[in-house]
Design a binder for this molecule. Structure first.
Ligand SMILES: [Zn+2]
Length: 124
């Protein structure tokens, strides 16, 4: 099995609901997103997926989050935009987008800081 990944970044603000601490106030992060996909085979060129194509797919999602107050987006109407729920949101959007490419979406990881991240993957 091959695994291929890309990283992207976006900047956004959020506030964590039902949280007793400074994170309940609106503040910002430079989020980093890592997406890993897998495939059993490469194409004839030895490529699983063109990095540019994967980056463009991820970018089409992260640009909707960029420079936003995430709490105001419909995706987070009923839940706090934590790193966990952001990872799930990107995973859900991306799994639809890459289903047709013959790729398996393995994992989406979202970093709030250099030292704190959350990831989402499905049980296989
Ligand atoms: Zn935060």
């Amino acid at each position: 099995m091959f695994e291929v990944g890309i990283r992207d970044e976006f900047a956004a603000a959020h506030a964590i609901r039902d949280y007793n601490g400074p994170c309940e106030r609106i503040h910002g992060h430079n989020y980093r997103v890592e997406v890993v996909v897998a495939a059993r085979e490469t194409d004839a060129r030895g490529i699983v997926v063109d990095f540019r194509d994967l980056k463009a797919l991820v970018r089409s999602i992260t640009e909707e989050l960029d420079h936003r107050l995430l709490n105001e987006l419909p995706a987070f109407d009923n839940k706090s935009p934590t790193s966990e729920t952001i990872a799930l949101y990107i995973y859900s959007r991306l799994s639809q987008a890459i289903a047709g490419l013959g790729l398996q979406l393995r994992r989406v990881t979202v970093w709030e800081t250099e030292r704190a991240w959350a990831s989402y993957s499905e049980d296989t």
